[in-house]
Design a protein around this ligand. Structure first.
Ligand code: COA
Length: 169
């Protein structure tokens, strides 16, 4: 049985293993370690099957035009290849978004698969006038889920991720 719970101390190696297995390079695994060290808040969840971590997602703050508007980015999301297609990524995403909504988060942005994320309420971020810090990111993969419409900047703005994301995505 799969359980989704907040990431906690001691999960680091298992989380790294999931990201190394799910992505082609170590970039995302390194990114998670850097975000854990630097981002405040660092909000992360793991999916566990018994003692094994089989999925992971992290959320870290973004700014809009240098202002803190209570928004977060979802990245990365990873599920062990052998466990993909079993609803684990969906649970991590849904439970993460629910936590953030209850916590007063305004909206969540991400750069991700255009066919996967709309099921969780993500729409093109350009609809809200939000621009991505990486100019080469196509419009259909630059996405936002609004959690508190009252807190979304009415004119959008330039979204900036944690420094650990670097200059490319
Ligand atoms: C993307 C990922 C997190 C999804 O997790 P999962 O547990 O396999 O997903 P779920 O079982 O909840 O959902 C399965 C759905 O995801 C879709 N999906 C999986 N990988 C996908 C991809 N690369 N692009 C688009 N859709 C994808 C499946 O087609 C399936 O769609 P369906 O329900 O319409 O049939 C997982 O496949 C993964 O770790 N992939 C490698 C790393 C990655 O690409 N992370 C996301 C970065 S944006």
């Amino acid at each position: 049985m799969i359980t989704v719970r907040p990431e906690r101390a001691g999960d680091e190696a298992g989380v790294r293993r999931v990201n190394l297995a799910a992505f082609e390079t170590a970039m995302e695994a390194d990114l998670v370690d850097a975000l854990r060290a630097a981002a405040r808040p660092y909000v992360a969840f793991v999916a566990v099957d018994g003692d094994e971590i089989v999925g992971h997602v992290s959320f870290t703050p973004v700014t809009v035009g240098d202002a803190d508007v209570g928004a977060m980015a979802l990245a990365p999301l990873a599920v062990l290849p052998a466990r993909q297609g079993q609803g684990i990524g969906s649970r991590l995403t849904r439970e993460g978004l629910e936590y953030l909504r209850d916590d007063g988060c305004s909206f969540v942005v991400l750069v991700g698969h255009a066919s996967y994320y709309p099921r969780f309420g993500f729409v093109p971020a350009s609809h809200l006038g939000l621009t991505c810090q990486w100019p080469d990111v196509p419009d259909d993969v630059w996405l936002v889920a609004v959690l508190d419409p009252a807190e979304v900047p009415p004119n959008g703005g330039a979204v900036r991720f944690e420094r650990a994301f670097g200059d490319t995505v």
